[in-house]
Design a protein around this ligand. Structure first.
Ligand SMILES: NC(=O)C1=CN([C@@H]2O[C@H](COP(=O)(O)OP(=O)(O)OC[C@H]3O[C@@H](n4cnc5c(N)ncnc54)[C@H](OP(=O)(O)O)[C@@H]3O)[C@@H](O)[C@H]2O)C=CC1
Ligand SMILES: N[C@@H](CCO)C(=O)O
Length: 433
């Protein structure tokens, strides 16, 4: 029985869960691959830390790049995180040495994925990253392999467990944003720097990878329009609920005539849509192809769920399954064309703190009419019902029929200049049938 010798850099939430899963499932994995998959060398920042796992007999490297170059490992697993060194240098070193790499690091791949895939192609080393997108959901292999015969029109979904956990608890339990985020951090869902989660960048990193896999384009995180969930208030989630919606942070990549529109932003979706019912740390990814439409739902973050994807990749390595990282040779990936967000069409939820004086509502309505925006509803809230609204100001919530992003931005600029609103308006895009 041959052994697959694993070098593992990163012994945090995911790294420890991978060690535990490889131990727990050792016999099954051996039966499935014909090889024993064993961690033989590790690296992390602090050697002395108690991690609750037995690392006796496992070699320690202070430097993850030295671990990646260790001639006595067969595969390098990168679970440190970060889009620069040492993660980048270590992954590049392993690939350059002809060693397959398994990583969960979407930040690294969103910024350097094409370059790293190229290094791997040059030395015939495979790059695996199932865990980098949507935790335990096997969407990478689904797009790259199972749906390879489809022309994909749209990939969308809830791609960040931390944000979905926060939004669910805010909406269902009326718990404040900061307390929900602290719980997500304690549970091991959030990134080392949680601003990546709440400001939408983690979702964008994952969407960039999905876009490449679905549309055969170069990974280009900079082509994505990104808004996070930081500005959402309990008042917004309460208003959404009353209007028949849930608010989700969605990542959407859709084929348009101008190119692939890639966007990440809070979105109001009708409560009866299946994606509205995806709650807590759960993620969901919907794929619309010319032959197949499907939605995969599952745990999007956390040690065990992510380890499941990492170990699945290790099983592929043990079996000798490979292929191109993004489904095509790097030379065949097309540049990602950025579709301008201003042309985005849909309905909008707009909440403003309106100055409580005669003519305010008429001014807002007139500005909307000037841009050809039809209003589906206008709700005026008594001041005490809206957090963050001064006693003399009135919370006004407008729901528009389908219009363009451009028109909404012009209206918001105009009513701000008119002096009829105070503070920062809240604008949430709506998706509905
Ligand atoms: N947590 C999750 O649910 C998911 C995480 N991911 C991704 O998996 C990766 C790991 O995440 P997670 O386990 O949560 O992160 P943690 O912060 O829990 O763990 C990071 C580990 O990497 C080690 N490390 C960090 N920097 C260095 C360095 N410069 N040199 C050597 N070791 C270093 C740390 O060492 P030490 O312990 O000594 O400090 C720690 O063991 C990230 O890329 C993340 O985006 C992907 C999907 C889900
Ligand atoms: N911080 C990420 C981890 C999984 O990629 C999330 O919450 O989804």
């Amino acid at each position: 029985m041959s052994q697959l010798k694993v070098g593992l850099a990163g012994l945090g939430t995911v790294g420890v869960a991978v060690v535990q899963m490889l131990e727990r499932q050792a016999a099954e994995i051996e039966a499935r691959t014909g090889r024993s998959v064993k961690v033989v060398a590790v690296s992390a920042r602090s050697k002395g830390k108690d991690r609750g796992i037995d690392l006796s007999g496992v070699r320690w490297h202070d430097d993850p790049v030295a671990l990646a170059r260790d001639p006595d490992i067969d595969v390098f697993v990168e679970l440190m995180g970060g889009d620069g060194d040492p993660a980048k240098a270590a992954v590049a070193a392993a690939l350059a040495a002809g060693r397959p790499v398994v990583t969960a690091n979407k930040a690294l791949l969103a910024h350097h994925g094409v370059e790293l895939a190229q290094v791997g192609e040059a030395s015939n080393a495979t790059l695996h990253f199932e865990a980098a997108v949507a935790g335990g959901i096997p969407i990478v292999k689904t797009l790259r392999e199972a749906l390879g015969g489809n022309r994909i029109e749209r990939v969308s979904g809830i791609l960040n467990g931390t944000c979905n956990y926060i939004l669910t608890r805010m909406a269902d339990e009326k718990i404040a944003f900061d307390a929900c985020l602290a719980d997500a951090q304690r549970l091991g869902y959030a990134e080392a720097d949680p601003t990546f989660d709440i400001d939408g960048f983690d979702t964008a990193h994952k969407l960039a990878l999905l876009t490449s896999l679905a549309f055969g384009t170069k990974v280009d995180a900079d082509a994505i329009y990104v808004e996070g969930i930081r500005s959402l208030t309990l008042a917004d989630l309460e208003a959404a609920d009353e209007l028949g919606f849930k608010v989700k942070l969605l990542g959407v990549a859709v084929r348009t005539e101008e190119g692939i529109e890639q966007r990440v932003h809070p979105t109001m979706v009708p409560k009866h849509w299946p994606i509205a019912q995806v709650s807590g740390v759960t993620n969901a990814v919907a794929v619309n192809g010319d032959a197949v439409n499907l939605t995969l739902v599952g745990p999007g973050a956390g040690g065990a769920a992510t380890a499941s994807a990492v170990v699945g990749d290790l099983i592929d390595v043990a079996r000798g399954n490979g292929g191109f990282a993004f489904g095509l040779p790097v030379a065949a990936l097309q540049p990602a064309q950025r579709a301008p967000m201003q042309r985005h069409e849909g309905g909008y939820y707009i909440r403003v703190a309106a100055v409580n004086k005669p003519g305010t509502a008429a001014t807002i309505a007139r500005r909307m009419a000037e841009e050809g925006i039809s209003l589906e509803s206008i709700v005026q809230r008594r001041p005490q019902r809206a957090a963050g609204v001064e006693p003399n100001d009135v919370a006004v919530i407008l729901i528009t029929y389908a219009t363009t992003e451009d028109a909404v931005r012009r209206v918001m600029a105009a009513i701000e200049a008119d002096g009829v609103i105070v503070g920062q308006p809240q604008v949430i895009r709506i998706e509905k049938d």
